[in-house]
Design a protein around this ligand. Structure first.
Ligand SMILES: Cc1cc2nc3c(=O)[nH]c(=O)nc-3n(C[C@H](O)[C@H](O)[C@H](O)COP(=O)(O)O)c2cc1C
Length: 258
């Protein structure tokens, strides 16, 4: 805790109702990364506020709480309640889920994204980050819609949709059938999406996707990110944040953004 390796911490995504998550197996190691089908297990809003938040608030860095709603009203409740808590520095809207009202993935459609941000924006003064999915036709258009509806930042990329088959049975390996690909395997795609989004919006862009060392982090900054996040690399090196920061600082700031 004293040597916490990151400058901020993003929670797992929480939903209104508790969720068990997907049946196992939930992970598949793939070339240069992994596929996960965790399925957002969480204690639900009340459980999070009662038992997870007090523990997360002990972290010596700002806390970002990630929320997902399957309808705009759910998202509104989550943002309003989480935004009332002083322990929470920022809220991240994970919009990579279908809206049960329209059947559209909120974050795959600019109009849906704008409606979601519009709905929650007046409910809190806590800064809002919209986390973009790479499984969309035009992430820059989604990012622009989020900015115009009042988002304070966008983050990208979430995982890319993938599947793995059990070599013995030939059936899907993951309990959730499909999963999200992350890690170095997706870095080139993430970098280009970050570049394209950063070129379109004025709000800060938080870049991620396969960052495993300072050089990778520098590439995301070159692509236009203002901050970077690290997911999969923590499975390999739990102190990855500190190491990457040191490596990045050692590179100096000799590059300019594209
Ligand atoms: C095991 C695992 C669980 C994840 N859970 C979430 C989540 O709850 N909410 C979310 O927005 N993204 C989640 N992600 C996506 C990551 O935050 C990140 O966007 C993605 O993995 C790309 O970064 P990376 O290659 O550094 O992991 C998860 C990724 C992994 C590997």
């Amino acid at each position: 805790m004293e040597r916490f390796p990151f400058d901020a911490f993003v929670s797992k995504t929480i939903t209104i109702e508790p969720r068990e998550g997907n049946p196992p197996p939930r992970l598949w190691e793939t070339a240069g990364g992994m596929i996960n089908s965790i399925g957002l297990p969480n204690k639900g809003l009340e459980g999070f506020l009662e038992s997870d938040l007090p523990e997360l608030a002990e972290l010596p860095v700002p806390l970002v709480v990630s929320v997902m709603g399957f309808a705009r009203d759910q998202l509104a409740t989550l943002v309003e309640r989480i935004g009332q808590r002083d322990e929470v520095g920022l809220i991240e809207l994970n919009v990579s889920c279908p809206n049960v009202e329209t059947g559209l993935v909120m974050g795959a459609d600019p109009v849906e994204t704008a409606r979601a941000v519009d709905r929650v924006r007046p409910l809190t003064e806590t800064p809002l980050i919209v986390k973009l999915t790479p499984n969309a036709d035009e992430p820059p258009a989604i990012a622009l819609a989020a900015q115009e509806a009042g988002a304070d930042a966008v983050s990208l990329v979430n995982t890319l949709k993938g599947i793995a088959f059990d070599p013995r049975s030939g059936r899907p390996w993951l309990g959730g059938t499909t999963g999200g690909v992350s890690g170095p395997a997706i870095r080139a795609i993430a970098l280009e999406q970050v570049r394209a989004v950063a070129a379109r919006v004025e709000i800060p862009v938080i870049g991620m996707g396969g960052i495993a060392c300072g050089r990778h982090a520098a590439d995301f900054l070159t692509a236009g990110a203002t901050a970077i996040a690290v997911g999969t690399e923590n499975f390999r090196d739990p102190a990855a944040g500190r190491r990457i920061a040191i490596e990045l600082a050692a590179l100096g700031s000799t590059r300019t953004s594209v």
